[in-house]
Write a protein that binds this ligand. Sequence first.
Ligand code: GLU
Length: 318
Amino acid sequence: MSEVIGRFAPTPSGRMHLGNALSCLIAWLSARSQGGRIILRVEDLDTARSNWDYARDIEAELRWLGLDWDRGGTDADGHSWCQSRRSEIYTEYFDRLQQMGLIYPCFCSRAELHAASAPHRSDGRFIYQGTCRSLSAEEITAKTRLRLPAWRVRVPDREISFTDLHYGPYTENLSQECGDFIVRRADGVYAYQLAAALDDGLMGVTEVIRGNDLLSSSPRQIWLHELFEFAPPRYGHIPLLTASDGRRLSKRDGDLDIETLSRRYRPEEVVGMLGYICGLTEELRPMTAKALIPLFSWEKIPLDDLRLPEGFPEKLGF
Ligand code: GLU
C-alpha cells in the first residue's frame, strides 16, 4: 500500500479549542498507526479573520499535546503551506474551471438567497436554486456595475459516493442536495471547498480526518478532486464534542481552549481524557499521544457525540 499522508488543517482565527485538538489527535493517531506522515497546512484563507500569531500559538499547542508533523507549518518552505500565500495556485485552477465552462458569477445578496431558498436540508444548509445560472452577457455587465459577484461552480446532477472511514457509505446528489456552490467570494477570497480540495490534492494528502460537521463537504471536495484528476483521499469524520450533559459546545466555552487548559492540566491529562472519551482506553488516566498509537482503532470510537467528563474543565477524575 502506498504511503499514508494525513494532515492538520487548522484555521488560525483564534486559540485552539479542545474540539480542534481532538480532530488533530485522531488525524495524527490514524496516520502514525499506519506508519504515515503528517503535514500541517494553515487554513488562513480569510486574512481578515486569521493571523499568523494564532497559527504560531496553534503550532505551540500541538507540540504541547505531543502532536508533531513532518512537513508544513508557518515557517516551512517560504510559507507555502499557508493558504494566504497560495492564491496564485487557486487562481490557476479557478481559470481552469472557467475554461471548462463550469463557473458563473452570482449576484444574489444574502437576503435574496434566503428568500429564494426553497428546500432546506436537514442540516440547515440551503440548496442554491440557480438564480444566476443562465444570465445573459448583458445582464452580467449591468449587474457587475452595481455589485461584484461571487463565483459558483455548476454541479452535476449525479450522486457522489464514498465510504467514510468511520461512518461508512455516504452519498449525495450534488445538484439535488447541495446546488451550485461558491468557489470564490465577491471579495476575491477563494472558498474553503475549492482551496481544501486543491491543497489536499496538490499536497498528496491520502487521508482527511476531521469533525463530522464537515461530512457533507466531502462529496463536493471529492467531485473537485475528480474534475482536476487528483486521486481523492480517504475521508474519516469524527463525532463532535459536547458538554457532559450533551449540550453543544460553543465559542462561549472559552475555558476549553488548549491554552487555558494548559494552565490547569498536563498534556497527558488532556490527551488521556480525549483518548478515554473516544473509547481508545477503558479507564480515565493520563496518556501520551504516543502511547495511544497502538490503541487506535476506528471501531472503538463512538458514532454519536462525545461527552466530556462531568466536572470538566474544573476538575478531572484522575
Ligand atoms: N480548517 C478547518 C477547521 O479548522 C478544517 C477543514 C478541514 O479539515 O478540511 O475547522
